[in-house]
Design a protein. Structure first.
Length: 618
């Protein structure tokens, strides 16, 4: 009733205002000279209807002292009516969400952790992914997606129907389940650091990560703490690093098989995957299968030779030599035939002659470079190593690191920035040489994005730059962890000039498998020999670390311990390659101290990076 009266009031007011406006217009206007439109006739006056519905006293609705179910439901009066009304409201919300899920979209990420381009067909749409790349697409939510993956030659890699992907969530297709996935958290402001979570190597999985297969932003808006979850693939890691992250034996076997079967042989780690597969009975036929398809592939032929063992008989080498004889102009086949022969000075001369005949062949350049390095002709090896970096991807990173060493030692002009792009390992070693102040300045000036460990007060990695600058006490504070890297730093510190007896004691007490690599093995061995500690535990480790060169290295160190002339002792290293000899010099410096030849100190400081040697004063 009140609503009708209010509407009547508003209509009457509007009419009154309209009449007043017309009266004001005509009353205030002078007598017109021309005829004007007459005023409209007045409306009929209001009147009360002669008949209308009456509501006499006593006819009103009676007061409900005991309301019924409907009234109680509307008012949510009581537990049961309230629960019923809540259930109905929840059903409405659920229905809205269900409708939204049917009409929304889901994120689907595809990650190619293989070392070859892959063509993925998803529900009829085709995408091409380069090695170790990814893409993210919005897809309509449906119970299943049909996926077909092929290589560039059209060979089928796999075909399957996925599990359901819901709306407002994401899914990940990790091609073949061939790469390890990891979820990390990027923390900003005062947000606490969260350790990464290894997800294994699933082929198909769901995810709620904020960032898929891309770098998180360096900063986010706002001053409060904030985080972003990041999903990443580790397909580019070395095989040993990837497999160390997998605890499931079946996953390890699958990852090895996929890379060994499909990775391009020009990828840096394909040879490692193939060697792992050759030692696994589940994949024993992969090498033969690939050789049948590519009988002249040098990487495959090298692995076939290596599996025959170092003492190759004439019968083993005969097929390679026959192939080279049939095609005398093929430098690759000449390289393979020569490589099958036993090492000798004559073989080295033949390799150098072959590299002059085929100067653009990177495999021959690779052998020639090492032949020159082992003979002491370091400068002559530089052009050949540069050819390897440019034309031989499987050996490019190794050659880039070696070129950086030669640039530091010889002073030759080499584009170090270009080498860092080729070699992640070189880039890491150079970053470890920066002081925390230098790293901070580079981040502030935008020259480098920096790494998380540079700001981590407990990380052992900044300890290498502290050690290289002689700040052994500060570096020692970085060795308190129980991880491999902390033990590695401790071993290097113990071999440094000025190391405390406590640091040496702690380093010699470490188990053989903690922090050990060829460099730290020799440092610890020299310390044990110098301090009179037991050297027997180092013998078995040395067989693994030094291989066939262990007897010559031990002969060199024993001569130094007995007081032999350093030059005489060094003669026993004539057949030891430079890649081993540069670590041996560090052990010699530890044994002789200030009596070590200055050339050894120069070689150690320039050929080795800060993370590969102890601190030796100039």
């Amino acid at each position: 009733m009140c609503g009708h009266l209010s509407a009547l009031r508003m209509v009457a007011l509007e009419r009154l205002l309209a009449v007043e406006a017309l009266l004001a217009l005509h009353a205030g206007t002078p007598e017109p000279t021309e005829p004007t439109e007459p005023m409209p006739a007045a409306l009929a006056p209001s009147s009360v209807a002669s008949d209308y519905v009456r509501f006499p006293y006593g006819a009103e609705r009676p007061l409900q002292l005991r309301p019924g179910w409907w009234a109680r439901f509307q008012r949510a009066d009581g537990f049961l009516p309230g629960a019923a009304r809540l259930a109905l409201a929840g059903g409405i919300v659920l229905a809205v969400l269900c409708v939204g899920s049917l009409s929304g979209e889901s994120r689907l990420a595809i990650y190619n952790g293989l070392g070859l381009p892959v063509e993925v067909k998803l529900d009829g749409a085709t995408f091409t992914l380069q090695p170790y790349s990814s893409l993210v697409r919005d897809v309509a939510p449906q119970r299943r997606h049909h996926i077909v993956s092929r290589n560039e030659q059209g060979q089928l890699l796999e075909e399957f129907d996925t599990e359901e992907v819901g709306s407002f969530s994401g899914a990940v297709y990790n091609v073949g389940g061939a790469a390890v996935l990891v979820e990390s958290t990027a923390s900003y402001g005062s947000a606490a650091q969260v350790p990464p979570r290894i997800l294994g190597a699933p082929r198909w999985s769901s995810t709620n990560a904020d960032i898929l297969f891309s770098r998180p932003p360096d900063k986010v808006s706002g001053n409060s703490s904030n985080t972003r979850s990041v999903l990443a693939g580790l397909g580019e890691l070395e095989p040993e690093q990837q497999l160390a992250l997998l605890t499931d034996a079946a996953e390890r076997t699958r990852v090895i098989g996929w890379h060994a079967r499909w990775d391009d042989t020009l990828q840096p780690h394909t040879a490692d995957w193939l060697e792992l597969a050759a030692r696994d009975t589940a994949h024993a036929g992969i090498l033969a299968q690939r050789l049948k398809a590519s009988p002249r592939d040098v990487v495959l032929l090298r692995i076939q030779q290596d599996l025959a063992g170092p003492e190759r008989s004439a019968a083993v080498c005969a097929p390679y030599q026959a192939s080279a004889a049939r095609e005398p102009d093929n430098g690759d086949l000449q390289y393979i035939a020569l490589r099958c022969s036993q090492a000798s000075p004559e073989l080295s001369r033949q390799f150098l002659a072959a590299s002059r005949t085929w100067p653009d062949n990177p495999w021959l350049a690779y052998v020639a470079a090492y032949t020159r390095l082992d003979s002491g002709d370091l400068v002559a090896a530089i052009p050949e190593l540069q050819l390897v970096v440019k034309k031989l991807p499987p050996k490019a990173e190794e050659a880039a690191v070696l070129l950086a060493r030669l640039q530091r030692y010889t002073g030759q002009s080499i584009d170090l920035a270009a080498l860092r792009e080729v070699s992640p390992r070189l880039n890491t070693m150079l970053m470890l040489e920066r002081s925390p102040e230098d790293a901070k300045m580079m981040r502030l000036t935008g020259m480098d994005a920096g790494e998380a460990w540079q700001a981590d007060s407990e990380s052992p990695l900044p300890g290498y730059s502290l050690m290289a600058r002689g700040d052994l006490d500060a570096a020692d504070k970085r060795t308190l962890g129980h991880d491999w890297q902390s033990a590695h730093l401790l071993r290097m510190l113990a071999g440094s000039d000025g190391a405390s007896s406590d640091v040496i004691r702690r380093a010699l007490a470490l188990p053989q498998d903690q922090g050990s690599d060829p460099g730290t093995h020799l440092v610890s061995l020299a310390l044990a020999m110098k301090t009179g500690a037991d050297t027997a535990p180092y013998m078995d480790t040395g067989k693994v670390m030094l291989g066939i060169y262990q007897p010559k290295v031990m002969a060199f160190l024993e001569q130094l311990r007995r007081g032999a002339n350093p030059a005489t002792a060094e003669a026993s290293l004539s057949a030891v390659p430079l890649a081993v000899r540069m670590y041996v010099y560090s052990a010699g410096i530890i044994l002789l101290g200030d009596k070590a030849p200055p050339a050894w100190r120069i070689a150690s400081r320039r050929m080795l990076f800060a993370s590969e040697r102890p601190y030796f004063h100039s």
